[in-house]
Design a protein around this ligand. Sequence first.
Ligand code: NAD
Length: 358
Amino acid sequence: MMLTFDHETLGQRVLFGTGAATVNLAAEVSRLGAQRVMVIASDFETEMARMVSADIEVVLWHHDVVMHVPIERAEKARAAAAEHDIDLLVCVGGGSTTGLAKAIAMTSHLPIIAVPTTYAGSEATNVWGLTEASRKTTGVDTAVLPVTVIYDAALTLSLPVEMSVASGLNGMAHCIDSMWGPRRDPINAALGAEGIRALSQGLPLITANPSGTEGREQALYGAYLSAVAFASAGSGLHHKICHVLGGTFNLPHAQTHATVLPYVLAFNAPYAPDAETRIAVAFGTAEALTGLQHLRKRLDAPKALSDYGFTADRIAEAVAVVLPAVPDSNPRPVSTENLTRLLQGALTGEDPAVLLGL
Ligand code: NAD
């Protein structure tokens, strides 16, 4: 069998150690020679950020963080960084906080050290996102890739079980969608498969013992792999759908990913036998959808978009916005009819297996 592909590996330092974030951050700030550090963390994340930053000098604290990075907030943060002559950004928090740091780096090219506290994975991608007038725009720019990621499972202990599950399944969605993303290749498929294995091992450990670090370490490791696979493969059908649901209808990011994923897997699986087999093997089940659904059941995962404020009368608008964005790489041709059907399923939480036979 011949292998022909182009693959780009993004350059980033990863420091992984439970309980080591404070020490690792101080060492990285010193290694980078930074003198004027801005720390970004939402109000809720501030206590964690202060603990992690205990051994560094901070010139500016910034707490004005909102999901999906509204452009006005990005501009305020950019102005604050410029006004204080910042030379390094440190973000401590979930994907929203990392997203704001990326928005600053986009225009200033300042380096970022990311200290993630959820399993969203933004820290390991060169993808930025901004929201303007209810439309979310994303793009790719090497300037927004954090130079260093500091993973510390102890920082995720406070993440409630429900949010841990949704966030971990957001990571799972990166892994699965990378199997049919526009730049899929054997390297990101291998990373995605290992991400599926790590997340499916770690997430049940978190629900069984939320205050233990073993499951949280596995979930963070899986989240990192998932994001590397996703950054390399690019957004597939699943991300195009969730991007519209989040950006246009303001649905919560992680829960939306967690809910939509089995429908996209069921939709594409019969048309992507190699990916289906790889995903099934990673779950350790005969079929990919069975593996995902078995895990989701154990985790009591989010089930229906109606639980997050989506309604049937918005489906046509969502389909109209998603359809032109569907990548040519999608293994199954996507039409108004079958995309409508997919969203109807995700809206009500019906068994996604019905889509296998569509
Ligand atoms: P989030 O960052 O909005 O966090 C959700 C909530 O959890 C917030 O209230 C936050 O304060 C809280 N939280 C964070 N860490 C916590 C902890 N350890 N304990 C308790 N509470 C904690 O949500 P998210 O799902 O991490 O990120 C979603 C955002 O990230 C979206 O805007 C999405 O578009 C973006 N994202 C971007 C990429 C990318 O590659 N650019 C990838 C994934 C997600």
